[in-house]
Design a protein around this ligand. Structure first.
Ligand code: ATP
Ligand code: MG
Length: 348
């Protein structure tokens, strides 16, 4: 993480109560560098300044069909990857969404104040349903309301600042979460904190290597689409070598050349160098040089993370322990907002 990015992370002045951070990833498919650069890297940077909660959103995962055994296994894999990436279970709360029933309870209450029209406008539903509304699940349509519940539960009563570090693709859902919180507060009195999105300056939208007009996604199955966090050095080299590039020779940050721009953005995220430094470094060099260097940087960058991941997976009881403690802390914390919400609505 470069200094300029860190400076943007809101610092927590030592006053109590502490500001909060909440974010999560679905345990579907394999985590990739987009998830890392767009989200997890910022979690790691923010965790020491804020009371932080990172969940594995398995209830979101089942909005599209999942193999049950694989879902269970992926949930552990993602938890281990959080830790391997540097999320510190001693300072952050790592938990599985389905272990904390408050998430679905608040989701239901928010469902009852969420206008259908707001959800109709969500572009992720349009993409994920591939236009087939008839066969898409109600859960997929409701995905952003469950996400709003995930977030709003970790505000506080009275509200403390609540930051949500995500990639750019989640900006619209974050706006919906803010709108729902404001609507709730208007209808029932000030109860919910209004969350603040934290979207990084660089790498907020890493694009597919095989198609730089589409964002890199776990659910995209084509072999040369994404660099996965657990890819072998050989796979990394092959994928970068085959990455789609654009006409033109010089190595410049040019948004009109999306293939090159994407590779340079990844290079920037892993080296922490500025655009000027990178362009100067590649002056007089070509695509082959950029690809070769980028592949080696990525191999080096991911090696320690992969080693930590293997160590963590050696000890399943350690991971189960982290998740059990995380669930307990998340249940305790979220109960405060859920109780206030129920009271405000007249349920209790
Ligand atoms: P799926 O295809 O299953 O939706 P995904 O790769 O989009 O997978 P999510 O679990 O939906 O992953 O999102 C996890 C986090 O990673 C979110 O904060 C999201 O904004 C971020 N993220 C996902 N893809 C990218 C990307 N290509 N670039 C930057 N951030 C990303
Ligand atoms: Mg996604």
């Amino acid at each position: 993480m470069s200094v300029s990015e860190l400076e943007k992370v809101p610092a927590n002045l030592s006053q109590a109560p502490k500001s909060r951070v909440l974010s999560g990833i679905m345990p579907t498919g394999d985590l990739h560098i987009g998830n890392y650069i767009g989200a997890i890297k910022n979690w790691v940077a923010m965790q020491y300044e804020h009371d932080s909660f990172f969940c594995i959103v398995n209830m979101h995962a089942i909005t599209t069909p999942q193999d049950p055994k694989e879902l269970y296994e992926k949930t552990r894999e993602v938890a281990a990857l959080y830790i391997a990436c540097g999320v510190d279970p001693k300072v952050s709360t790592i938990f599985v969404q389905s272990h904390v029933p408050a998430h679905t309870e608040l989701c239901w209450i928010l469902n009852c104040i969420a206008p259908m029209g707001w959800l109709e406008r969500m572009t992720q539903f349009k993409e994920k349903s591939k236009g087939d509304r008839e066969r898409s699940s109600v859960g997929l349509f409701d995905y952003p309301v469950l996400q709003a519940a995930d977030i709003l539960l970790y505000g506080n009563v009275p509200p403390v600042p609540l930051y949500v570090p995500v990639g750019e693709d989640q900006k619209q859902h974050l706006e919906l979460a803010r709108d729902l919180a404001e609507r709730f507060n208007r209808l029932f009195g000030d109860t919910l904190a209004i969350p603040e999105p934290y979207i990084p300056k660089y790498g907020a939208r890493v694009m597919g290597l095989d198609d730089p007009t589409k964002k890199m996604s776990k659910s995209e199955k084509s072999r040369y689409h994404a660099i996965r966090l657990l890819d072998s050095p050989d796979d990394i080299r092959k994928k970068i070598a085959r990455a789609v590039t654009d006409p033109g020779r010089d190595i410049k940050f040019d948004p009109e050349r999306p293939g090159l721009y994407n590779l340079l953005t990844i290079y920037q995220a892993v080296t922490g160098q500025s655009e000027e430094e990178i362009e100067a470094h590649f002056e007089g060099k070509g695509y082959a040089d950029l690809k070769r260097e980028l592949a080696e940087r990525l191999v080096e960058y991911l090696a320690p993370l992969q080693e930590r991941y293997r160590d963590i997976r050696q000890d399943p009881s350690y991971l189960e322990n982290v998740l059990a403690q995380g669930a307990e802390r998340a249940r305790e914390t979220s109960a405060v907002v859920l109780n206030a919400v129920k009271k405000a609505v007249g349920l209790e």
